[in-house]
Unconditional design. Structure first.
Length: 227
């Protein structure tokens, strides 16, 4: 297991680092076969001690975050959540073989309305910090593009531009390229269920080789968009 542990708004602690990584490794040994890349972020916000775990296992991403008044308690609760998800994943995929296929790239962006909050009428520039948070979860879920895709994004999507629409003009504030991992619909649904805080998942349908989207509906069922 490869684990990257970081601390925010608090001093680095060897005892906390060892406690989190050793307990996480024991859990992974029970439920995972193969490589595990883990990111652990411990943060203190006033009286809240927040432990955030993100695991990348082949095409699977598992996340768990908890907060309490004690960091050790937050770690325990977050890892309980991780273990529950890994157990459910192992049970459901016990007889299932991972899907092979080629990932496709897709682009996500942020568009400004005609008179968005935080903009002066007629303004040509925007503050990156206002929108970076919109992409934080996506940076974690989808891998960085390869160099050739980065060059394409730099050419077409990194700067603010104005798009003509029927209603007037719309500002394209931010565009980023991401990789849609290959999986079948069943795997995509399972992945979405494990990513409890995510409203949707973009993937390459291994059967049709097209970009698809699964998303949570208001009736608590899962919708499927096939392109």
């Amino acid at each position: 297991m490869n684990a990257n542990v970081s601390f925010r708004n608090m001093d680095s602690s060897t005892s906390l680092r060892n406690y989190a990584t050793e307990k996480l490794e024991r859990i992974c040994d029970k439920y995972v076969q193969g490589k595990v890349d883990a990111s652990v972020v411990m943060t203190v916000e006033k009286f809240r001690h927040i432990a955030n775990f993100t695991l990348q296992i082949k095409n699977l991403t598992v996340k768990g975050e908890q907060r309490s008044e004690d960091m050790y308690s937050s770690i325990d609760m977050a890892l309980d959540k991780i273990e529950k998800q890994l157990r459910r994943h192992k049970d459901r995929l016990r007889d299932h073989k991972p899907t092979n296929g080629q990932a496709k790239m897709f682009k996500m962006g942020v568009l400004a309305p005609l008179t968005p909050s935080g903009f002066d009428d007629g303004a040509d520039e925007y503050d990156d910090s206002m929108y970076d948070s919109e992409f934080e979860e996506d940076y974690e879920l989808y891998p960085d593009p390869q160099e050739e895709e980065q060059a394409e994004v730099a050419k077409n999507g990194q700067s603010t531009k104005v798009v003509e629409t029927a209603a007037g003009h719309t500002k394209v504030l931010r565009q980023e390229m991401y990789e849609a991992k290959p999986m079948n619909v069943d795997e995509a649904v399972l992945q979405l269920e494990l990513l409890e805080d995510r409203p949707f998942l973009v993937f390459t349908n291994a059967d049709s080789d097209n970009i698809n989207v699964v998303y949570w509906r208001d009736d608590e069922n899962i919708g499927l968009i096939e392109t």
